[in-house]
Design a binder for this molecule. Structure first.
Ligand code: SAM
Ligand code: SF4
Ligand code: SF4
Length: 371
């Protein structure tokens, strides 16, 4: 039973004011936070709306018709997102992930992707441009997304059983339509597609092996995510977390696995490959094996607040800054000032945080800042 709470989704336009340094620093640079972590990765939520009501993210008891979604005017425009992205690229960000809510619900998203695909790092490299989606609109949109310049896709799917998946997505969406979306993405030329499966103990753990078997040998990389205590409305408790170690043991028993080195420092998923050479899987152990020490991610919420951690309660209001005539250099310095003070490491201190959590420091909802 999900407790009815008023979820935090916005700072009502009163996010923490980011610092504007008086001495402006010119030139491309990278920034480390107070724990020595360099900003490399930016997740941008392009909408707080979704056509699913996943029980672990936007439970329908709370995200109902009365839910106060953001007004169109509060959303960052494509021009504002592109401007911010360009600024972030100038200070070391190499990877952009568009997310939400369901990002494919944002009207004409392809136009934004075209704008972002033209942005380069100071060394002349295009940004790595990826998107996370529930897959429901991929049959319709894969080809235009590819054409616009999107490089990679992550698609969420929590099982192959309709009974289980429909219960989890909250809107009776059928498995076959997501599988068809994945097929459409492959037909459009997307490779290295990742499929995210949130594992909730007692809800969909029996889907682990069928999912592994289904995607083995297809080139799709299945990643098992531990159910996380994001937001304040998904009724999370530790009993519903199946540790990745147990997921790996289950798969390994049937399909032997070998560890694989990370693609890059700070990669969220730990990689494993099938010993018979038929592909790879990943596990994201945000609860049982935390990775805050190498977390290089910042998040921009749908209404332009910068969040320094998925579990933060407050963001820094860059929308107001963007709309107040500040120069790129001033905003650059402001981002640098904000990131350099960052000390967030929620997953490492989760236990004590949960017991101290009061209604005034509840965490922001994931649909608002993106997964
Ligand atoms: N709507 C898109 C989707 O579902 O792929 C993008 C946004 S969604 C918030 C991003 C990712 O976060 C999804 O893969 C989703 O499964 C994951 N997610 C959401 N709530 C979660 C939770 N409580 N624990 C773990 N992962 C979660
Ligand atoms: Fe929507 Fe994605 Fe959240 Fe599910 S996980 S409710 S699809 S935003
Ligand atoms: Fe990064 Fe916060 Fe997650 Fe730690 S808890 S890995 S700091 S987002």
């Amino acid at each position: 039973m999900v407790e009815k709470v008023i979820p935090i989704r916005i700072n009502e336009g009163k996010g923490l004011a980011p610092p504007i340094p008086t001495q402006l620093v010119e030139g491309p640079q990278s920034i480390a936070d107070s724990r020595g972590r360099t900003l490399r990765d930016l997740r941008i939520s392009v909408t707080d709306r979704c056509n699913f009501r996943c029980t672990y993210c936007m439970p329908k008891e709370i995200f109902d018709n009365n839910y106060p979604y953001l007004a169109h005017n509060d959303l960052l425009t494509f021009e504002e997102i592109a401007r911010l992205t360009n600024i972030f690229a100038g200070i070391g960000v190499e990877k952009i992930r568009l997310t939400g809510g369901e990002p494919l619900l944002r009207k004409n998203l392809e136009a934004l992707i075209e704008m972002l695909a033209k942005i380069h790092t100071p060394s002349g490299q295009p940004l790595e441009l990826t998107l996370t989606t529930n897959g429901s609109l991929l049959r319709k949109k894969s080809a235009t997304l590819k054409l616009a310049g999107l490089q990679r896709l992550t698609i969420s799917l929590d099982g192959l059983s309709d009974a289980i998946f429909q219960k989890m997505n909250g809107v009776d969406f059928p498995v076959s339509d997501v599988l068809d979306g994945i097929k459409a993405a492959q037909e459009a030329g997307f490779t290295n597609i990742k499929v995210n499966m949130v594992v909730k103990k007692g809800t969909n753990d029996q889907e682990i092996l069928p999912m592994a078997k289904y995607f083995k040998g297809t080139g799709v990389i299945l990643r098992f995510i531990e159910f996380m205590d994001v937001g304040s409305s998904n009724g999370w408790n530790m009993e519903q977390v199946l540790p990745s170690k147990e997921v790996l043991a289950k798969v390994n028993e049937v399909f032997p696995l070998e560890p694989v080195h990370a693609n890059y420092a700070g990669e969220v998923a730990k990689r494993w490959r099938y010993a018979d050479g038929s592909g790879e899987i990943g596990v994201i152990s945000s609860v049982t094996q935390t990775f805050c020490h190498e977390c290089s991610r910042a998040r921009i919420s749908t209404d332009g607040q910068m969040y320094l951690c998925l579990f933060a309660s407050e963001g820094y209001d860059f929308k107001t800054l963007l709309r107040s005539g500040k120069s790129d250099l001033e905003i650059t310095n402001s981002i640098m000032g904000t990131w350099s003070k960052r000390d967030d490491h929620y997953s490492e201190i989760r236990g004590s945080q949960i017991s101290n959590m009061s209604s005034s420091n509840r965490k922001v909802e994931m649909s608002y800042i993106g997964g």
